[in-house]
Design a protein around this ligand. Structure first.
Ligand SMILES: [Zn+2]
Ligand SMILES: [Zn+2]
Length: 136
């Protein structure tokens, strides 16, 4: 299995790269075509000045204006994850639904290590680092 690699951040709705204990995880989510018109990719609404409303709670098609609430839309997307397990050191990759679960009260994308079944949690950051973005 080889994950599709992003070529441009504009293709993505989410990207993160971080250390997790002795391991690390890199995760990204590709935009998908509008389910209604298929002419444009669904993304966060764009302001008249061209900036993206990253805090918007909806995803919108720039071609036809079709809009879907993010709670409904995001679980239909797939997150690609490359990781090195912080428990056993195994390096692996996975494709999981872009759906966060609460881990110790923090929203997290969770991957199970293919080798030891240990949990690799990619927690949501309140402050984002350089080269990292999220919808909030
Ligand atoms: Zn559309
Ligand atoms: Zn492991």
């Amino acid at each position: 299995m080889a994950l599709r690699q992003p070529e441009n951040m504009k293709e993505l709705v989410y990207f993160t790269n971080r250390d997790i204990g002795t391991g690390f995880a890199r995760a990204w989510v590709f935009k998908q075509p509008c389910p209604k018109c298929g002419k444009a990719l669904m993304g966060k609404p764009v302001r008249p000045d061209g900036g993206v409303k990253i805090r918007s709670t909806d995803y919108e098609c720039q071609s036809c204006g079709h809009s879907v609430p993010k709670e409904e839309y995001e679980p239909t997307l797939s997150a690609c994850v490359e990781y090195q397990c912080p428990h056993c050191g195994n390096a692996g990759e996975a494709e999981i639904p872009f759906k966060r679960k609460k881990v110790d009260g923090v929203d997290s994308l969770q991957v199970l290590c293919a080798a030891c079944k240990g949990k690799v949690n990619i927690t949501k950051k309140m402050k984002q680092g350089k080269g990292e973005f999220d919808e909030e």
